[in-house]
Design a protein around this ligand. Structure first.
Ligand code: PEP
Length: 252
């Protein structure tokens, strides 16, 4: 039985005081206590250290939204995996579609980032997903296959076991237009079958695959009830404690 994981990607939202307020509301709610669902909060870099202190003693984990693949050096503006570890991160989002499109991150760069995260014991939340144009041209499975194969290049099965996959159709992110449970389940099953073919049944049965793309309190239960959907990566709806809490409750 796979654990359900709900992660909140705050994106470039919430300064330090807003972060403190949101974390306090979440950790003081029922979900901060005895929930089976694993909860991960991914605030901006500037709030990570404080978030780590606030989350100590709770079952809520901390993640970052991005990292660079080099360990240190002349990379102005970048943050390494070791730096994220030093402020208490256990997880890091890699390959989010906003990174792929706005910051032009290729599958090759994402592969380097996955390797660097894993080498430093950070668990990646590895995002994959097709654009609307790719879906309309019937390219969804080709794109997903390429992103998975190229993203995981040269990683061993035991390393891949530490990755959380997040299927996020680009056309559903921040648009209010979620994939239907059927559309999402179809791609999740495809990813699981691909992992079985490329690696093993064990990996395919145990890997966590979250869905992301306009997950809200009113669609979360139906999406997460699908057999191959193991939770959600939530953007917009994680910025208010009441909607994030409702989404986590629907995963239980
Ligand atoms: C995301 O940014 O990963 C995301 C899924 O955003 P939203 O929930 O706002 O679509």
């Amino acid at each position: 039985m796979r654990t359900k994981i709900v992660a909140g990607n705050w994106k470039m939202n919430n300064d330090l005081s807003a972060s403190i307020n949101l974390i306090s509301e979440i950790k003081n709610s029922s979900i901060g206590k005895n929930f089976k669902t694993k909860i991960i909060l991914c605030p901006p870099f500037t709030s990570l250290e404080t978030a780590n202190a606030l989350l100590k003693g709770t079952k809520i984990s901390l993640g970052a939204q991005n990292m660079y693949y080099e360990e240190n050096g002349a990379y102005t503006g970048e943050i390494s995996a070791k730096m994220l570890k030093s402020v208490g991160c256990e997880f890091v989002i890699i390959g989010h579609s906003e990174r792929r499109t706005i910051f032009e991150e290729s599958d090759e760069i994402i592969n380097l980032k996955l390797k660097a995260a894993l080498k430093n014991n950070l668990k990646p939340i590895f995002c994959i997903g097709e654009t609307l144009e790719e879906r309309e041209k019937d390219k969804t499975f080709d794109v997903i296959r390429r992103q998975v194969i190229d993203g995981l290049k040269d990683l061993s099965e035991s390393e891949i076991q530490n990755i959380i996959f997040a299927y996020e159709p680009v056309w559903a992110i921040g648009t209010g237009k979620n994939a239907t449970p059927y559309q999402a389940q179809e791609v999740h099953k495809f990813i699981r079958d691909l992992l079985q073919k490329e690696y093993s049944t064990y990996l395919s049965d145990n890997i966590i695959i979250q869905y992301g793309g306009s997950v809200k309190p009113d669609n979360a239960s139906e999406l997460m009830a699908q057999p191959d959907i193991d939770g959600a990566l939530v953007g917009g709806a994680c910025l208010r404690s009441d909607s994030f809490i409702k989404i986590v409750e629907s995963a239980e």
